[in-house]
Design a protein around this ligand. Structure first.
Ligand code: MN
Length: 259
């Protein structure tokens, strides 16, 4: 499957930002309380001037009306994000699990939505930010689904169903994907030539993305790098809790304390 090079939105970092941090793939869910607690602690303690969440913050998002369900997991998450965005700007990019997080979610949390991809201009550095799923070209079935699921027709039809129905459907899809994972299937990775094409089109030397849960720094070509964020799992041994910090010195992985 081939891809055309997308249009790159540009975000110019204000000159007073000293550090920004990137996270993704926390897959927050009620059944993983330790990861939720670690995230809430991180939101309260990070000293970054801005926080970029590059998708799959939530394990699943079935509609913004979940925020108004009294005591819902989504309402709790939004409260924590809302408090954090009072202290520093928070940016949110959709992942393949939470692509239905909409305008009401952004309003409630005070976060700013980020297009995928976006070029962050930070001093002299130009960094392409993406969730990463768009570049996993070998997963043809998923790319087909993605086009469908990002259409307003599909989204309107899905969101028109009662919330309980949507929650049931999401559980079904999640069980299927768990079963697929257990079966030992290998997942597609980011396509190297396509990533190089994006970097060249964006005039950037570095790409930061998540999605694949394969944290690493890849040199794609001389001077072109692909930096992959870790997913989060506070209950894993050892715990996977990590942020990627950008400063004038470049990128640095920071291991966070479990809570
Ligand atoms: Mn993902």
């Amino acid at each position: 499957m081939t891809t055309t090079v997308p249009r790159f939105e540009e975000l110019i970092a204000p000159s007073h930002w000293r550090t920004v941090e990137f996270i993704s793939d926390l897959h927050l869910q009620a059944s993983e309380p330790a990861t939720v607690a670690a995230f809430e602690h991180y939101l309260r303690t990070t000293e970054a001037d801005a926080l970029f969440i590059l998708g799959d913050l939530f394990e699943v998002w079935v509609g913004d009306d979940t925020i108004d369900e009294p005591g819902s997991f989504e309402a709790r998450g939004c409260a924590a994000l809302g408090a954090a965005s009072q202290c520093r700007p928070l940016y949110f990019m959709h992942g393949n699990r939470d692509f239905l997080a909409g305008p009401a979610f952004l309003r409630r949390t005070g976060m700013t939505g980020l297009a995928d991809p976006t070029v962050l201009v930070f001093g002299h550095q130009r960094i392409v930010l993406s969730h990463g799923d768009l570049l996993c070209l070998d997963d043809v079935d998923y790319q087909r689904f993605r086009i469908q699921a990002r259409s307003s027709a599909w989204q309107d039809a899905f969101l028109a169903q009662p919330l309980a129905t949507r929650r049931t459907q999401a559980r079904g899809i999640r069980q299927e994907s768990e079963a697929k994972k257990q079966s030992g299937v290998t997942y597609a990775d980011v396509d190297g030539p396509a990533a190089i094409g994006w970097l060249q089109a964006a005039g950037a030397s570095t790409m930061v993305h998540g999605h694949t849960h394969r944290p690493a720094e890849h040199t794609l070509a001389p001077g072109l790098a692909r930096v992959v964020l870790s997913d989060w799992d506070a209950a894993a041994l050892p715990p996977r809790l990590e942020t990627l910090r950008l400063s004038a010195q470049g990128l640095e992985r920071i291991a966070l304390d479990p809570r």
